[in-house]
Design a protein around this ligand. Structure first.
Ligand code: ATP
Ligand code: MG
Length: 158
């Protein structure tokens, strides 16, 4: 089905509202109307929800999380940017593996299972896309979900 990205962003952000408020964090979405991808709205929302949850979870109080959307060469890019702890170079591939957590001893307090990013990657790939990671340790991270845009054409009636 055609999935409006603005709605995916809205719902994913909304599902993190309580967690963000608890840390006095603001989530700032900048969406584009009329951008759609083909696939499962629920799976795409779950994927983005996981990225926003991580951004909130692995950032200090009172920082901001940005969620931006743009379209380039037929690819929809949804980028989640935080000012959090960041991810060291040697962990950047592994964080997408199931159950992998950086420094489990220290992040045990935050109580995750290490599945979130493996789900994000799975959803991206099954939608013909990918998820990439940019990070500067100690300064923050940006996770970008890249998905083929649905064309603007109405369904052919031939
Ligand atoms: P959960 O299954 O609850 O999501 P999790 O958050 O530990 O548990 P992932 O979402 O897969 O699992 O993330 C894997 C690891 O990658 C995290 O434990 C954390 O160490 C690191 N990580 C993920 N997102 C970020 C981020 N935005 N900033 C810093 N580290 C991150
Ligand atoms: Mg997580």
């Amino acid at each position: 089905a055609r999935v409006p990205i603005a709605r995916v962003v809205d719902v994913a952000v909304d599902r993190n509202r309580v967690a963000a408020d608890a840390k006095r964090m603001r989530i700032i979405p900048r969406v584009l109307d009329d951008v759609e991808v083909l696939g499962s709205e629920e799976l795409l929302t779950t994927a983005l929800q996981n990225l926003v949850a991580n951004a909130v979870q692995y950032s200090p109080e009172a920082t901001h999380v940005g969620v931006g959307v743009r379209v380039q060469d037929g690819i929809v890019e949804i980028a989640v940017t935080d000012k959090g702890v960041g991810i060291a170079q040697e962990d950047r591939e592994r964080v997408f593996e199931r159950f992998y957590r950086v420094d489990p001893a220290r992040s045990r307090v935050t109580g995750g299972t290490g599945l979130g990013l493996s789900i994000v990657k799975h959803v991206a790939v099954t939608h013909g896309g990918e998820v990439t990671l940019w990070s500067r340790p100690g300064q923050g991270s940006t996770f970008t979900l890249r998905l083929p845009a649905a064309s603007h054409h109405r369904e052919e009636t031939a």
